[in-house]
Design a protein around this ligand. Structure first.
Ligand SMILES: Nc1ncnc2c1ncn2[C@@H]1O[C@H](COP(=O)(O)OP(=O)(O)OP(=O)(O)O)[C@@H](O)[C@H]1O
Ligand SMILES: [Mg+2]
Length: 230
């Protein structure tokens, strides 16, 4: 397979069930298949409750599937929960959430560096890369600011820099513009697509916004626990 077509993330026949309050079983993912190629952007749409966030949790192994397998950078994730998997997750995947999830007591630069620290990367190159990414998202003058003093759009730009610091193969974004006004959402989406392209990071974007979904190289919808390519 050519380098450009190399799969960096795959879900194979993934099944995920939850038990409801009355003891009934809800099958949220029902044999879901998806493969993401190196540097590709892919958008996922689907009704509320269709299982988009569940799918992201399962492919990042934050929640193990009940059936099927998940493959990161060509290697199947073993069915164990270990520190090694957590480490590998931090190397392969970056995350951007709707609610930013920044550490309130750490300044902007420290928030970005924190993601490198968990991999024991604490040197000058990381600091320079963090500063460079924050410059690319337009926050070069806010390095020492605490997140509480930033706007929603600015917080999400910090989160994007944090998600990219470890040069992940894939960035997973769950409704990253869900809390932002239209204009700010547009700017953040542009940055996300542009930076992922620059960094050759694949992007898996969950969004309810059809215009944002269309900006991705490929669009899929999740319904009935499976993906239907559009
Ligand atoms: N831990 C859990 N226990 C029981 N049910 C759950 C759990 N997590 C999710 N669910 C159920 O699984 C279904 C899918 O939820 P999920 O959050 O993945 O949907 P979603 O597509 O991300 O929706 P939205 O667009 O509103 O974010 C929902 O019916 C939800 O109630
Ligand atoms: Mg969701």
């Amino acid at each position: 397979m050519s380098e450009a077509g190399r799969s960096v993330l795959a879900a194979r026949e993934v099944v995920k069930k939850f038990s409801g309050p009355d003891g009934s079983v809800i099958e949220v993912l029902n044999g879901a298949n998806l493969s993401v190629s190196q540097g590709e952007s892919l958008s996922i749409r689907g009704e509320s409750g269709s299982g988009k966030s569940t799918f992201l949790n399962v492919i990042s192994w934050l929640d193990q599937p009940d059936g099927g397998s998940v493959v990161w950078d060509g290697t199947e994730v073993p069915r164990i929960s270990s520190r090694e998997i957590a480490r590998r997750r931090s190397e392969v995947l970056g995350f951007v959430f709707q609610s930013y999830c920044l550490m309130p007591e750490l300044d902007v630069l420290e928030n970005v560096l924190m993601a490198a620290r968990v991999l024991g990367r604490i040197g000058r190159p990381e600091k320079e890369r963090a500063e460079n990414l924050l410059c690319q998202v337009g926050l070069q003058d806010r390095l020492k600011q605490l997140p509480g003093k930033l706007s929603g759009g600015e917080r999400q730009r910090v989160a994007i820099a944090r998600a990219l610091i470890n040069r992940p193969s894939v960035l997973l974004a769950d409704e990253p513009t869900g809390n932002l006004d239209e204009k700010t959402a547009d700017t953040v989406m542009e940055l996300l697509l542009h930076l992922c392209r620059d960094e050759t990071a694949a992007l898996v974007l969950v969004t309810h916004n059809p215009l944002f979904a269309k900006r991705a190289d490929r669009q899929v919808t999740l319904s009935g626990g499976r993906f239907n390519d559009q």
